[in-house]
Design a binder for this molecule. Structure first.
Ligand code: SAM
Length: 272
């Protein structure tokens, strides 16, 4: 799978080699991919593979792969399969024991995440939110407890309404709107959801392509009861000092609070 960003942008030498060497290149849109191929003087045959014809052409493609042909899959921009065609083909190839390789390249998800300033150690790619508000809010409720940043693709026309729903359901989390990534008019607007909803709700829809990113839920403080239960358990095997260290690390509570609770449980007085 080759991954040019934009319509003509960055592409790796390895991807060019593969595109040169395969029997046929499957394109989301042959006209778009042909621009890339002519720029790099690649003469490989192309054919369309997209959401509309996938079901119809898949058996034929599998026949070709089983017969020894090699195929490359290219989307118009970014990484195939990420809100783009290709999943059914990869699924069928794997089920048929056909080797699949990826040619890693840009994706708006990763580009937006690294520029957002939001935590990157865990994130959830949620694709395009539903277009209607009621379904969108239900979807955001499902995602509310995800312990990581959320990444959405969204159209400029729906951005304001989407931000309003995100704010209504998730509260005032930190967020970012990433527009036209890696292109001439790249723009990152970072801020709490309330500010972003206000900003985009009172202006014309922005132009171009947009990734919307939302920070993780605020860490809920583990209550005294839960800390006491964990300590009671830990004290069966560990010294008071080790139990306090372990439960402090696990719960994220202040050490002095955990120590006080441990003393209460073990019946000791901390003398203070
Ligand atoms: N497969 C692509 C990828 O890996 O990024 C995504 C394809 S999806 C059909 C198109 C959506 O991705 C756009 O509506 C927008 O939300 C997002 N997107 C694609 N390119 C972008 C860019 N340069 N800047 C911001 N968002 C982009």
């Amino acid at each position: 799978m080759a991954t040019p960003i934009g319509n003509l942008g960055d592409i790796t030498v390895r991807a060019l080699d593969i595109l040169n060497g395969v029997d046929t290149i499957l394109c989301e849109d042959t006209r778009v991919t042909r621009k890339l191929l002519s720029r790099y003087r690649i003469a490989t045959k192309t054919t369309a593979y997209n959401d509309h014809n996938a079901r119809r052409v898949l058996p034929k493609l599998m026949e070709r792969l089983n017969g020894g042909d090699s195929l490359a899959l290219v989307s118009d921009a970014g990484t195939p399969l990420i809100s783009d065609p290709g999943f059914r083909l990869v699924e069928a190839a794997i089920a048929g024991d056909i080797p699949v390789q990826t040619l890693p390249g840009p994706s708006a998800t990763i580009a937006g995440l690294v520029l957002s300033g939001l935590p990157t150690d865990g994130f959830f790619f949620a694709g395009f939110p539903p277009p209607r508000s009621a379904a969108r809010r239900r979807r955001f409720q499902e995602l509310a407890a995800v312990p990581g940043s959320l990444v959405f693709y969204e159209s400029p026309q729906r951005l304001a309404a989407c931000l309003e729903d995100l704010h209504a359901v998730l509260g005032d989390r930190p967020a970012a709107v990433a527009r036209e990534l890696t292109k001439l008019h790249e723009e990152l607007v970072r801020g709490p959801l309330a500010d972003l909803a206000e900003r985009y709700g009172t202006s014309d829809p922005p132009r171009g392509e947009i990734v919307l990113l939302v920070g993780p839920p605020p860490a809920a403080e583990v209550g005294d009861d839960a800390v006491q239960a964990a300590l009671t358990d830990a004290l069966k095997d560990l010294s008071l000092r080790d139990a306090v260290a372990q439960i402090t690390a696990v719960t994220g509570r202040a050490r002095r609070d955990v120590y006080r609770l441990a003393l209460e449980i073990s019946g000791e007085d901390d003398g203070g």
